[in-house]
Design a protein around this ligand. Structure first.
Ligand code: EPU
Length: 434
């Protein structure tokens, strides 16, 4: 089985340019809906390129808990679902909101599904109303009691669904369910993220009839059943962005491999605008960090706009730019949790409503900081790589959710970074490369 390392503290000796090449893993946000989508067939599904992450572990535990046979070996997951239990355990849904993606598959396979209502999380409220409205439009009856949402429908039927916002999760949940519904479903204002397209490609490889994924209008013609399939998931564009920004902030030179440059367009544009040299290859991107970083303004938007998952990384970069940058977050209400921690490192960041106003400073200095969510944690690592002196980063359980072997990968690029499971004081005496 996949096992994540139980890391407690990360220690980073900053101030060294990153150099070399690094490979991205498969995309977390494609792996999670595709693994949930495997519930749509009773045949054997094999998914390759699955990253070794805590969130993937949670999804595999959830699939097992609801009756799937799951085997994993070296990034390949084999799933077979004979008898499904149409009720998801509270502890797993509470741990990871993406657990909600099993609702659509359970509903069409079992005719009913019970899911604990996922609460808010560190980055915002994140309701599931659009998922539920879509299931209702397809004929499901929804009720709630004791903190659970119950959906029932002997067989879903096709429907025209308009999403108030292009929610990634709602598009994925509804697209999967519609694949086995009776008739045609149209999702208007659908999310266009590459991970939505990857799920559609996966489902089509199993016999679904989905057209238009990657545009704002997806048409799904329901089929009687899906077959087993073998599928390899796309590379992780957010992981790629993490190494690119890390190279930029340390004025290093890094070749990031196993990427689809097209998926990174808005990020590459901003890296270029901030004074770095960016060279796109066929399945790679090379970056040479600029000696002088220019401030940039960023507004997060649904794909193909600038990804919300990358804004925290740019906040670290902008902290060392020569001038004032403004980052506007339009997707989630509470995604500036990193600001207070970056300030400990000497950054000058002011939060005004949905905007982070960042005045660049000449240097950041190492400090003890705490990751409050996944991308905030990555942003702190990157700031620490550029900072003068030693940083101690806690809250690593958040980073483990979305990055496999992040410290190892940074170390392979020449970073001085070490993991400590013990008390932080052990780390302060450390002098080697870890
Ligand atoms: N929203 C609603 N109602 C809904 C669903 C969403 O109001 O029923 C709102 C959310 O509250 C949010 C906005 O719509 O304000 C967008 O949420 P969306 O549903 O698109 O996000 P998600 O599916 O929950 C995925 C990724 C996130 C990523 C967002 C936006 C996965 C597993 N997660 O979340 O990834 O930030 O899309 O791109 O795919 C991460 O990897 O760090 C991460 C948080």
């Amino acid at each position: 089985m996949l096992r994540s390392v139980n890391m407690k503290h990360l220690v980073i000796w900053g101030g060294r340019p990153l150099e070399g090449k690094v490979q991205c893993d498969g995309a977390k946000n494609a792996a999670l809906p595709i693994l949930a989508g495997a519930l749509l067939t009773g045949d054997i599904t094999t998914v390759s390129g699955v990253p070794n992450l805590a969130d993937v572990q949670t999804m595999l535990a959830l699939l097992s808990a609801i009756g799937a046979d799951v085997e994993e070996y070296n990034g390949q997951v084999r799933i077979k679902t004979n008898k499904l239990v149409p009720s998801a355990p509270y502890d797993l849904v509470r741990k990871m909101r993406a657990s909600f993606l099993v609702m659509g598959p359970l509903l069409v396979r079992c005719g009913k599904a019970s899911m604990p209502l996922p609460g808010g999380c560190a980055i915002g409220q994140r309701p599931v109303d659009l998922h539920l409205k879509g299931f209702e439009a397809m004929g499901a009856t929804i009720s709630m009691d004791n903190g659970y949402i119950h959906a029932r429908a002997p067989r879903l039927h096709g429907a025209e669904i308009y999403l108030d916002v292009p929610s990634v999760g709602a598009t994925e949940n509804l697209m999967g369910a519609a694949s086995l519904a009776y008739g045609d479903t149209i999702i208007e204002n659908a999310a266009q993220e590459p991970e939505v397209v990857d799920l559609a490609n996966f489902l089509n490889s199993a016999g679904a009839q989905i057209k238009g994924a990657g545009t704002s209008r997806i048409r799904i013609t329901g089929v009687r059943e899906l077959a087993g399939t073998n599928y390899t998931i796309i590379p992780d564009r957010i992981e790629a962005a993490t190494y690119l920004v890390a190279a930029a902030i340390t004025a290093g030179k890094v070749l990031v491999e196993n990427v689809i440059p097209l998926h990174l367009k808005p990020v590459l544009a901003k890296l270029h605008e901030s004074g770095n040299t960016v060279i796109e290859g066929y399945k790679s991107v090379e970056i040479q960090g600029g000696q002088r970083l220019t401030p940039v303004n960023i507004k997060t938007l649904p794909y193909p706009g600038f990804p919300t998952d990358v804004q925290a990384l740019f906040a670290s970069l902008c902290s060392l730019s020569q001038g004032t940058s403004v980052i506007s977050e339009t997707i989630f209400e509470n995604r500036f949790g990193y600001a207070e921690e970056l300030r400990r490192m000497g950054a000058s960041i002011r939060i005004e409503g949905p905007n982070a106003i960042i005045e660049g400073v000449p240097t950041l200095t190492g400090a003890r900081v705490q990751a409050g969510d996944l991308r905030a944690g990555a942003a702190l690592c990157i700031a620490a790589l550029a900072a003068q002196g030693i940083s101690y980063i806690t809250g690593l359980e958040h980073i483990e959710r979305g990055y496999a072997r992040l410290p190892d990968k940074f170390r392979s690029l020449g970073a001085r970074i070490s993991l400590f499971d013990d008390d932080m004081d052990h780390a302060s005496g450390f002098t080697g490369r870890g």
